[in-house]
Design a protein around this ligand. Structure first.
Ligand SMILES: [Zn+2]
Length: 303
């Protein structure tokens, strides 16, 4: 049998996504498993920078202890990664980091009920207008912590608004809280990638902060060996990148990572008709009532 291979570039298929402006509000929570999940190339850092620029107060929740991320022993990796996560959060203008410290990559036996209760408690404490996290409905994410925390977060966002769920929280003076908006991301290089429904435009300053926050994670990114290898490969072709002249391999590695972050922000922007962007699965609290938006667009009048 003769096989016909048809290669279709994705860029031809992808239509620009609708642009969503973050709503005005006061507080947001970023709920993620790992120290660096708020600063990945495939989303969050730019939107976080935009939200704090708008005056939002933001908090980062790290659900795992990141003990396996980095070249050191478990406790040492945990401590370095938490410190770098706090530094990255400060660069993005956030207030601070909560760490649940569940065991990194071994979260499958973590009781979902307990993880969910922790998230519900913090949602009720901070009463966020926006929650940012991984998309639990993504096609596939090979990282078990991403799947576990995404599920707990999605459940918690709904359940935090129910008075019969964890009524013991009300003894602390808390009240049920319904989260109006969610921006969810997923890796684009696993499985079938990520189906996004919205693009968020970023300013140049947002992208600069996203780049700086990303490279704050020195324990896992910006390896000097990578910079050495890039230089060796260029040299083998008789080339060099003048911008890296005079830099140590450590400095060059940070710069190279920043090129990538700048590129990916431009790329998402170009695909969606703006200079810089990130893409998300966006849902608001009325997503289950699509007829409502259509009715309001047609019938709402100024008071
Ligand atoms: Zn992660």
């Amino acid at each position: 049998m003769k096989l016909a291979l048809v290669w279709v570039p994705l860029s031809i298929l992808a239509a620009p996504l609708p642009k969503v402006d973050p709503p005005a509000g006061k507080r947001f929570l970023v709920i993620q498993p790992h120290h660096d999940d708020h600063t990945t190339d495939y989303g969050m850092g730019g939107l976080i920078a935009r939200l704090t620029r708008m005056g939002y107060e933001g908090w980062f929740i790290r659900a795992s202890n990141d003990e396996k991320d980095g070249a050191h022993g478990y406790p040492h990796n945990d401590m370095i990664n938490l410190r770098e996560s706090e530094a990255a959060s400060r660069i993005l203008g956030m207030k601070g980091v909560y760490s649940f410290n569940w065991r990194n990559d071994y979260m499958d036996p973590t009781p979902l009920l307990e993880l969910r209760a922790q998230v519900i408690l913090l949602i009720r404490k901070h009463r966020p207008d926006i929650v940012l996290g991984h998309d639990p409905w993504g096609h596939y994410d090979r990282n078990p912590d991403h799947r576990k925390v995404a599920r707990a977060c999605a459940d918690a966002v709904w359940m935090a608004g129910l008075r019969n769920v964890h009524p013991e929280h009300f003894e602390l003076g808390l009240e049920p809280w319904r989260v109006p908006h969610q921006f969810l991301k997923a890796r684009v290089d696993y499985g079938r990638g990520h189906e996004a429904n919205a693009a968020v435009e970023l300013s140049e300053a947002d992208v600069q902060r996203k780049m700086k926050a990303y490279s704050a994670h020195r324990n896992v990114y910006a390896s000097p060996a990578m910079a050495k290898s890039v230089r060796a490969q260029l040299a083998a072709k008789g080339l060099k990148a003048p911008e890296l002249d005079g830099m140590t391999d450590e400095q060059a590695a940070v710069r190279i990572e920043e090129w990538h972050m700048d590129w990916v922000s431009r790329q998402r922007g170009q695909e969606n008709g703006v200079r810089y962007a990130e893409i998300y699965w966006y849902i608001n609290e009325f997503a289950h009532l699509p007829g409502l938006e259509s009715y309001i667009q047609k019938n709402a009048v100024k008071r």
